[in-house]
Design a binder for this molecule. Structure first.
Ligand SMILES: [Zn+2]
Length: 321
């Protein structure tokens, strides 16, 4: 019986590979450095070899493996298994990744956008369990989204749905590299969070943040702001309140549009925790329509760093759907 799936999470820095037993038990993991490979051909063959290796190391054969699931950051045609373009990994344009890895490994391969894959993971094994309609938001350098309608991932007409980070938040806002301007990502991304903190410090407000970076404001990160907030720092708290407010406006729009029962927020920034979630909830209460807002629970993602791997395993079990 095929009880195992090989899951891969292709990132700008690392490629994580895991052997997943049954539904969601990660029994073995390995790691490759994305930057160690120059060009897509060597990277794809390293990925394929690592998949075969993790299987052999566990004493398994191809007939024990249901398939390989791969999540990657970018525009992906999950139906045909083609990568249109990747974010943070150069040289991947119109690459038939599914066919290439299938040829080298002799196993079935399913691929999808990393946020869709994470959404599947949270839906089946994390904070989304039991939900039929939900939206997943990942916060980091960029902001990603995954949409589940009637228990299934909604991918859209060109399979590119879910770009919550590029929903316009300000008609006259700054240019965004997506081609639009005033995108939500510009108001809640890592870079902006640091800018808000620096602006507040320059206004002359006292804060522990300055001490944590020894006075070098360039060293401020969202993690440091979080650290200060958890020690009761008022300025740090006000940064998260502001960011949560921006997020809340977008979440209110998403709630009015899709009427989801759950909104899952993950990614590094979600670790800011209670203060951020309270600000999101408060704004949603003020801004969203009451009936859908009362039904939508806004919760933190559960699977953390493993979401992409668990989700890639789900993708294989769903045969790419
Ligand atoms: Zn944009």
């Amino acid at each position: 019986m095929k009880r195992y799936v090989i899951a891969a999470d292709l990132g700008g820095t690392n490629i994580k590979i895991a052997l997943v037993k049954d539904e969601n038990r990660i029994v073995k993991k390995s790691n490759l450095s994305t930057r160690a490979y120059k060009g897509k051909t060597s990277l794809i063959s390293a990925l394929s070899n690592a998949c075969l290796e993790i299987m052999k190391e566990a004493g398994l054969r191809k007939q024990d493996i249901l398939g390989i699931g791969i999540g990657a950051p970018g525009l992906i045609d999950s139906k045909r298994g083609i990568i249109h373009q990747l974010v943070n990994i150069k040289g991947f344009k119109e690459v038939p990744l599914k066919d290439l890895v299938e040829k080298t490994t002799g196993m079935s391969v399913f691929i999808d956008n990393d946020v869709n894959v994470m959404t599947l993971g949270e839906l089946h094994h994390g904070a989304g369990r039991g939900a039929k309609n939900m939206v997943c938001i990942t916060l980091g350098t960029g902001v990603g989204g995954g949409i589940v309608i009637d228990g299934r991932l909604y991918r859209g007409s060109t399979l590119s749905a879910g770009e919550i980070g590029h929903m316009p938040l300000n008609e006259k806002g700054p240019n965004c590299n997506c081609g639009g301007f005033g995108c939500m990502e510009k108001y809640v991304g890592n870079k902006y969070i640091v800018e808000v903190a620096i602006r507040k410090i320059k206004e002359g407000k006292k804060t522990a943040v300055t001490g944590l970076v020894n006075g070098d404001l360039k060293k401020i990160t969202p993690e440091i702001i979080s650290m200060a907030e958890k020690k009761g720092d008022r300025l740090a708290a006000s940064v998260w309140e502001e960011i949560g407010g921006h997020l809340g406006v977008t979440v209110a729009g998403v709630i009015n549009l899709l009427n989801p029962e759950r909104i899952i927020v993950g990614g590094g920034i979600a670790d800011a925790g209670k203060i951020l979630f309270e600000a999101i909830r408060k704004t949603v209460k003020q801004r969203a329509m009451r009936l859908p807002a009362d039904c939508a629970k806004i919760v933190k993602a559960k699977l953390g760093q493993d979401a992409g791997l668990i989700g890639a395993a789900v993708l294989v079990r769903l045969k790419g759907k």
